[in-house]
Design a protein around this ligand. Structure first.
Ligand SMILES: NC(=O)c1ccc[n+]([C@@H]2O[C@H](COP(=O)([O-])OP(=O)(O)OC[C@H]3O[C@@H](n4cnc5c(N)ncnc54)[C@H](O)[C@@H]3O)[C@@H](O)[C@H]2O)c1
Length: 322
């Protein structure tokens, strides 16, 4: 089997993890990395046993696919060179700075017939595994993504840096157009919004209430989904999920933790917490990218989905800045 020749553009905090993971995937030949700071590329290249390239063009001549892990304000500039060269591209989230940039990148990917995936890594979080095969029809969703302050990432508002993870997951679960958005936010420490709350109503009447903060005392990444007879708690930080379901007596497969209702209408509460896969989300995301290039898996988190998450994040940002 021929290995896919891969490179990484941008070897900062997250780019290093992309390179380290690619180096461990049997179907990948990690050919090289590049960074505008050559010392960073050299360091990651020596750690992962590949070649440090001085410029993007030299790397693109040697590979079939790249991860673009540069700051968001350079996503468009780097991705357009990648896509126009006919190279498959996995760009970190958010897809770009504007929906116009996103549209242009999607069009370039289509014209050049290459895979264009966006790095919304929470889709691949082991905690999401528990939801596979379940009928997901949430009526109400509550999400909290709280982080300690870190200057890295503060060049964009918390909505584009952190909340966009939950926006993408929620859009993938609800599968209904957005009807209304209400939001508020405050810039406490940085020049852009550090803490934000949004309430999204979908056309199917599902309501999602999202909170994101990067000035919190403790970390939290939780999403709670409420739907008829089922409550699902997804913990992205602990990488596990818990499911509580109401079933007729004796009809459920799981631990009975109580009952609810009266007399002959009594139903059992069943608890399940399926063991999550051991694989880290980033590894699964990169493997999916490679499998999609090979034509073995349908595209995951496409440019269009990345664009949809960005568009909703922009609406939330605009409303929270008022
Ligand atoms: N999916 C996630 O959970 C997650 C987490 C953190 C960051 N990110 C995203 O990843 C991207 C990178 O974030 P980071 O935290 O690794 O940033 P970083 O600043 O640590 O690294 C960025 C690297 O890109 C290099 N660079 C800048 N412009 C370049 C260019 N034109 N060509 C080549 N190299 C260039 C920089 O020198 C730096 O080494 C951002 O888009 C961010 O939103 C995603």
């Amino acid at each position: 089997m021929n290995k896919i020749k891969v490179g990484v553009v941008g070897t900062g905090h997250l780019g290093r993890f992309h390179a380290v993971n690619y180096a461990q995937i049997p179907e990948v030949d990690l050919v090289g990395v590049t960074d505008i700071e050559p010392g960073k590329a050299r360091s990651v290249a020596s750690e992962t046993g590949c070649t440090p390239y001085h410029d993007l063009e030299s790397l693109l001549n040697k590979v079939e696919a790249v991860s673009v892990v540069v700051p968001t304000n350079s996503h468009f500039n780097v991705c357009q060179k990648v896509l126009k060269s006919g190279i498959h591209c996995l760009v970190e989230k958010p897809i770009a700075q504007t929906t116009d940039e996103a549209d242009r990148l999607i069009a370039m990917a289509d014209q050049n017939r290459v895979i264009f995936q966006v790095g919304h890594v929470e889709r691949f979080n082991p905690a999401m595994h528990a939801l596979q095969g379940m009928k997901i029809e949430p009526r109400f969703i509550e999400s909290h993504r709280l982080a300690l302050f870190n200057p890295r990432g503060t060049e964009v508002a918390v909505v584009l840096d952190l909340m966009i993870h939950d926006i993408d997951v929620i859009l993938s679960l609800v599968q209904s157009p957005v009807q209304t958005v209400d939001a508020s936010g405050v810039a406490v420490v940085s020049d852009s919004i550090d803490i934000a709350n949004a309430r999204i109503r979908f056309e199917n009447n599902c309501v999602a209430n999202l909170t994101a903060s990067r000035i919190s005392q403790k970390k939290m990444r939780k999403m709670r989904l409420f739907q008829k007879d089922t409550y699902i708690a997804v913990d992205f930080l602990q990488k596990k999920s818990e499911i509580f379901q109401l079933v007729e007596k004796g009809k459920g497969g799981g631990l009975v933790v109580g009952d609810i209702g009266v007399e002959d209408k009594k139903r059992e509460i069943i608890y399940q917490s399926p063991p999550p896969p051991q694989k880290e989300g980033l590894r699964k995301e990169l493997e999916t990218f490679i499998q999609t290039i090979r034509g073995k898996t349908p595209p995951a988190v496409t440019g269009r989905e990345g664009r949809a998450a960005l568009a909703l994040a922009m609406v939330i940002l605009e409303k929270s800045e008022r």
